[in-house]
Design a protein around this ligand. Structure first.
Ligand code: B16
Ligand code: MG
Length: 215
């Protein structure tokens, strides 16, 4: 039996439901470009960087664009997204998530944020939980987005824990792939069919206790 020393939490879709705002903004951009972005297609955009998400969106719509046009589209999407998240408050934290993070900390386990979002600091500030993380790694600190494990490996290194002593909580396929590639344990949050490659899967943080951290 081994105990986890470090929990890494993804942000979008794990601590807050900003995944729905990303979807709304990408869907709005797709509509402007003349096609519909379906929820199942949107799964491919989750967890990957803004630039990669745009490339996937354009390939879904079969649309060619110059670098300047792509940059304008990404800026426009982010403008809409920032508008959507601007009204967030601590009430937007997903059920049980803050309580679980607090319990993890009470048990002497380190906590990190592992998000590829460049808006992560703004969101953490809005929901007032910045102080609950020993290490924050976001889109401004990485050169490679999920499924590359860099976003999770940085916190392991900074907190001097091994990947095998760490567990990643993720809602995206790319994020689970990143945890597997980095040698961390993985717990999928959400749909078991979509996240089938995760080691363990829970629907959300309600009714979860510390026993989930025993391997
Ligand atoms: P931004 P996470 C990711 O955050 C989202 O899941 C993904 O859909 C988004 O494209 C990415 O952040 C970049 O976000 O445009 O705000 O920089 O899930 O890693 O917390
Ligand atoms: Mg996510």
């Amino acid at each position: 039996m081994s105990f986890i020393k470090h929990c890494i939490f993804d942000l979008d879709g794990v601590i807050v439901d900003t995944a729905k705002f990303h979807y709304l903004a990408w869907k709005r951009l797709a509509k402007e470009l003349g096609f519909e972005l379906k929820p199942i297609q949107n799964e491919r955009l989750k967890g990957v960087s803004r630039v990669q998400s745009l490339e996937i969106l354009l390939s879904i719509g079969n649309i060619k664009a110059s670098d300047a046009e792509k940059s304008r589209m990404a800026d426009q999407k982010n403008e809409w997204y920032v508008q959507y998240i601007s009204s967030m408050t601590p009430k937007d934290i997903l059920p049980g998530a803050k309580e679980f993070i607090l319990k993890v900390r009470e048990n002497g386990i380190k906590t990190s944020l592992g998000s590829v979002s460049k808006n992560a600091a703004l969101i953490l500030e809005k929901i007032a939980i910045t102080h609950l993380f020993d290490c924050i790694v976001d889109g401004t600190r990485i050169t490679k987005a999920k499924p590359d494990p860099q976003v999770f490996l940085i916190s392991c290194e900074e907190l001097a824990v091994t990947p095998s002593e760490s567990v990643v909580f993720e809602d995206s396929i790319a994020g689970i792939q990143a945890a597997l590639a980095g040698g961390m344990h993985s717990i999928g949050i959400g749909n078991a069919k979509i996240l089938s490659m995760a080691e363990r899967i829970i629907p959300d943080f309600t009714h979860v206790d510390m026993s989930i951290l025993v391997y």
